[in-house]
Ligand binder design. Structure first.
Ligand SMILES: Nc1ncnc2c1ncn2[C@@H]1O[C@H](COP(=O)(O)OP(=O)(O)OP(=O)(O)O)[C@@H](O)[C@H]1O
Ligand SMILES: [Zn+2]
Length: 732
C-alpha cells in the first residue's frame, strides 16, 4: 500500500468530509500550523461554519486560487484510519451517505469548544440545616448519578429546582462547587480486583473468552446461557481481561436507562464507575465521554447502540447483551443493526465480540451453527435457583366473562403467591392498541391469501391488511376458515386495562404497572423498578419492559395474559420473537431461592411454538425455524431490503413507488424481486404519507449495489423522502 500523507503543511490542498448533505468531499487549504489527516475541523461553507473531518489529499481540478482555508482545527484526537474504514463500510452496507455517517460519529455537543475550566457540582459530606422538597430532590439526583458532576443548569433542570436552591446547598457544603477542566479522564478501573468466585461452567466459559481477548484478533462468540445462568459475571471476566491488556471495552445494553443495577455491578467489580453513553446522561457527560474515549481516558463504556460510533482509541472488546433485542435496530435516520455493526467494527480493529443471550436471534444461531461464530452454552441457573416450571393455561377451558383477560386458574395462582408473601407478574406486551383479529368459534386468526402472514386490523380504515405485501380486505363478518358469522373480534386489552381488572380481582394487593409510556422520565421508571425489587408491590403488570434482565428476587409467578399475541404478528420473525420474549419473561420468575412458575394463557396450547416454549427444546425450535426460513428464502437464508417512501401527499409517494416498481431492471439483473408499492401499515406518521416496497434477493446476491443502482436510476420528486432499510426487522 502506498504511503499516504498523515500530515498536511499549511497551504496544502486537503479533502474535507462534512456533516452537510452533499454527496462528495470538499477541498480546503490546510490552516496555519498545518493539519493532521483525520483531524476534526470547522470549515466555511457558504456563509456558515460546519464540522468536518480531513479526508486525505485534496481533489483539485478547479481554480485553486479560490480554495478557502480550514477555519479551525478542533481540540480532539483526529479520527483514526480504522474509524474511517468503519464509517465507509457501514455506510456502504446500510446505503447511507457519508455525511450522515459522520453525523452519527460526531453526536456530541460542544466539540468545537476550546478546552476550558468550568464550575461543576457534586455531593458533599454535610447535611443541610433544614430539608425542603427542593433540597431533597437535588440530593436525590446527585446520589442517583453516583458521584457524577453536573453543571449548575443540568443539576437545576434534573432536580426541577432553581439555581438558588443549589447555591443555598453550596453555602452549607452539602453540595460542592468545584472548578475543573471541562473534560476529565474517568477514574481508573482495576481489572485485578477479584470477581465473584465462578462455578465450573462459568469459569470454563470465562476461560474461552479470555483466550480470545489474549489473541488480540477478531472473533465473535455467541454466549448462550439460560436466564440467571450468570452470563453477566462471565462477560465481565472478558472485560477484565481486555482492560488488563490495556485495551478499551464497550458493553451495549438494551434499555440502558434502566441499567442502574448493571452499572453498580460494574462498579463493584472494577472499583470505579464506567463511562455511560445514552440519552439519559447529561450533555456535559456526553462530551466528556466522547473526548475521553478518543484520548484513552475511558477504559469501559456502557451504552446504547449509538455508542458503537464513539471514536475509541483501542477497542478490544464489544459485548452485545441480549443480542436478540429489537432495540439494537435503529429505524429512523440511519437504519442499522448495532449487533451487526459491532461485528463489523470489531473485525476492522481486531477486537472480540461477545453476543450474550438466553434466546439468541436466529441470525446469530445460524452463524454459530455455520462456524462463523464460536458458541458457548451455559445450561444451568446459578446457585440454588432453578428454571421456572412452565405451563399452558388452555383458555378454551376457562370460564371467561367478556371484557376479562385474567382466567380463574391464573387468578388462583396469583392469590396463592400473594398469600405466601411473593410477587406475581402479569405480562401483556401491548401498550396502546395492537390489533389482532381472532375467530372465537375456531380460534383461527385471519391470514393473508398471498403471504405467510396474519392480517392486521386497521380500525380507522375498517380493513384487514397484510404488512408483507400490502394486501388489504374489508373487515369480514364471517370467519374465512369456519364461516361462522359474528365471532370475529379484536383482542384488545392493553396493560392499563389489565391493571383495572387486576384491581377488581385483587382489591387488597399493591399493584405496579410498568410500561414505558406511563413514566415521564427514565428516572421515574428506574425508581419504580427498584421499588418492586425491594418488595414494594405484590403484583406487577407490565409490557416487555419488564422482560429484560431485571432481578426481582421475590417474583415467583409470571402470568402471560396472551401468549398467542406475538405469534400472530404479521412478520416472518413472529415465531422467533414470541419464543424469545416468552422464555425471557418467564426467566424473571424464581431467580432467587424460591422456585418459580410461568403460566401462559393460550387458545392454542398445541401450537408448535407454544409447545417449544413450554418444553424448552430450544435446539429443536431453532432447527425448525431455520428450516422454514430457508425454504421460503427468508433471512438469514435470503436477503431483504425495505424501501419507505413518504410524502405530504399520498399520490406522490404512490407515483414514486410505481415508478420504482416499473424500473426494476437493476434488481432483476441481480436476481432480486420487488414487491409493492403498498400503503405502509402505519400509513401516516407526522403528517407524512408512507408507502413501502420490499426487495427480496437470494443470499449471495449483491443486494446493496443493485438497490443503489435501482434507486439512483429513477428520478424521484424533490418533495419525497426515501429511506432504505437493509435487513429490515419491522415493516410498519
Ligand atoms: N458466580 C457467581 N457468584 C455469585 N453470584 C452469582 C454468580 N453468578 C451469577 N450470580 C448471580 O446470579 C444472578 C443472575 O446472574 P446474571 O444476572 O449474570 O445472569 P444472566 O445470565 O445475565 O441472566 P439474564 O439472562 O436472565 O439477564 C445475579 O444476581 C448474579 O449476581
Ligand atoms: Zn400478503
Amino acid at each position: 500500500m502506498a504511503d499516504r500523507p498523515t500530515f498536511f503543511p499549511e497551504g496544502t490542498l486537503v479533502s474535507v468530509l462534512t456533516t452537510q448533505p452533499l454527496d462528495r468531499t470538499l477541498d480546503y487549504r490546510a490552516p496555519e500550523g498545518g493539519v493532521d489527516d483525520g483531524a476534526y475541523v470547522m470549515v466555511p461553507l457558504g456563509p456558515r461554519q460546519v464540522i468536518g473531518v480531513v479526508w486525505g489529499v485534496g481533489q483539485g481540478g478547479f481554480d485553486l486560487s479560490k480554495a478557502r482555508a480550514i477555519n479551525k482545527v478542533l481540540p480532539v484526537a483526529p479520527m483514526r484510519q480504522e474509524m474511517r474504514d468503519f464509517l465507509l463500510r457501514a455506510g456502504d452496507y446500510t446505503l447511507t451517505p457519508m455525511a450522515a455517517m459522520l453525523r452519527l460519529a460526531t453526536r456530541a455537543p460542544g466539540l468545537t469548544d476550546q478546552p476550558s475550566m468550568q464550575k461543576v457540582y457534586r455531593l458533599g459530606e454535610e447535611t443541610p440545616d433544614r430539608m425542603t422538597d427542593a433540597r431533597t430532590r437535588v440530593i436525590a439526583v446527585l446520589e442517583e448519578f453516583g458521584g457524577l458532576s453536573f453543571t449548575l443548569k443540568e443539576l437545576a433542570d434534573n432536580a426541577g429546582v432553581s439555581a438558588s436552591v443549589i447555591k443555598g446547598l453550596v453555602a452549607q457544603q452539602v453540595v460542592l462547587e468545584e472548578n475543573t477542566p471541562r473534560d476529565l479522564p474517568y477514574p481508573r478501573l482495576d481489572p485485578d480486583l477479584p470477581g465473584k468466585p465462578l462455578t465450573a461452567s462459568q469459569s470454563s466459559a470465562a476461560a474461552i473468552l479470555r483466550k480470545g481477548i489474549r489473541s488480540g484478533d477478531y472473533a465473535t462468540t455467541l454466549l448462550r446461557g439460560v436466564t440467571g445462568s450468570g452470563k453477566t459475571e462471565v462477560y465481565l471476566e472478558a472485560v477484565a481481561a481486555c482492560l488488563a491488556k490495556g485495551r478499551q471495552a464497550l458493553v451495549l445494553l438494551p434499555e440502558i436507562a434502566l441499567s442502574a443495577e448493571f452499572l453498580t455491578r460494574v462498579e463493584k467489580r472494577f472499583g470505579a464507575r464506567a463511562a455511560e453513553w445514552h440519552s439519559g446522561v447529561t450533555m456535559t457527560e456526553r462530551r466528556r465521554a466522547w473526548k475521553m474515549v478518543g484520548e484513552g481516558g475511558a477504559q469501559l463504556v456502557v451504552g446504547a447502540r449509538s455508542a458503537l460510533f464513539l471514536p475509541f482509541r483501542d477497542l478490544g472488546l464489544i459485548v452485545v447483551d441480549e443480542e436478540h433485542d429489537s432495540s439494537y435496530k435503529q429505524e429512523d435516520g440511519v437504519h442499522y443493526n448495532a449487533r451487526d455493526m459491532a461485528v463489523l467494527r470489531a473485525s476492522i480493529v481486531g477486537a472480540q465480540v461477545v453476543l450474550a443471550s438466553a434466546t439468541p436471534s436466529l441470525e446469530s444461531w445460524v452463524n454459530a451453527q455455520a462456524g462463523k461464530y464460536q458458541r458457548i452454552d451455559m445450561t444451568d441457573r446459578f446457585g440454588a435457583a432453578v428454571l421456572p416450571d412452565m405451563q399452558a393455561l388452555d383458555m378454551r377451558q376457562e370460564e371467561m366473562a367478556s371484557g376479562q383477560w385474567i382466567s380463574p386458574s391464573l387468578k388462583a395462582a396469583v392469590d396463592a403467591r400473594i398469600a405466601a408473601g411473593e410477587q406475581a407478574l402479569l405480562f401483556l406486551n401491548r401498550r396502546g392498541y395492537a390489533p389482532v383479529t381472532i375467530c372465537r368459534a375456531c380460534g383461527d386468526q385471519i391470514e393473508c391469501p398471498h403471504c405467510d402472514a396474519r392480517m392486521v386490523e386497521h380500525r380507522f380504515l375498517k380493513r384487514l391488511m397484510c404488512h408483507q405485501c400490502g394486501e388489504s380486505i374489508p373487515l369480514p363478518e364471517a370467519c374465512p376458515k369456519c364461516e361462522v358469522v359474528g365471532k370475529l373480534s379484536a383482542v384488545g386489552p392493553g396493560v392499563e386495562r389489565l391493571t383495572e381488572e387486576a384491581t377488581t380481582l385483587f382489591p387488597d394487593a399493591r399493584i405496579a404497572t410498568l410500561s414505558s409510556d406511563l413514566f415521564a422520565s427514565s428516572r421515574a421508571l428506574k425508581q419504580a423498578v427498584e421499588t418492586i425489587a425491594n418488595g414494594g408491590a405484590d403484583i406487577v403488570v407490565g409490557t416487555q419492559l419488564v422482560a429484560k434482565g431485571h432481578n426481582f428476587p421475590l417474583l415467583t409467578l409470571v402470568g402471560v395474559i396472551d401468549a398467542d399475541l406475538g405469534l400472530h404478528g404479521s412478520d416472518m420473525r413472529a415465531a422467533e420473537k414470541t419464543f424469545q420474549l416468552m422464555r425471557q419473561v418467564a426467566g424473571r420468575a424464581g431467580r432467587a431461592d424460591r422456585p418459580g412458575e410461568a403460566l401462559l394463557q393460550t387458545y392454542q396450547p398445541e401450537h408448535p411454538v407454544i409447545r417449544a416454549i413450554l418444553s424448552g427444546e430450544e435446539e429443536e425450535f431453532w432447527n425448525a425455524e431455520a428450516e422454514s426460513r430457508a425454504q421460503a428464502g427468508m433471512p438469514p437464508f435470503g436477503r431483504m431490503a425495505g424501501i419507505i417512501l413518504s410524502a405530504e401527499k399520498p399520490e406522490i409517494a404512490f407515483a414514486a413507488g410505481a415508478d420504482l416498481a416499473r424500473n426494476d431492471g437493476p434488481l432483476r439483473r441481480a436476481g432480486a424481486v420487488v414487491y409493492g408499492p403498498a400503503a405502509a401499515p402505519i400509513a401516516r406518521i407526522r403528517g407524512w404519507h408512507r408507502v413501502r416496497l420490499l426487495v427480496k434477493a437470494p443470499k449471495g446476491a449483491p443486494l446493496q449495489r443493485a438497490v443503489s443502482d435501482w434507486v439512483n436510476g429513477v428520478r424521484l420528486p424533490k418533495n419525497l423522502r426515501l429511506a432504505i432499510d437493509i435487513d429490515p426487522q419491522s415493516f410498519y
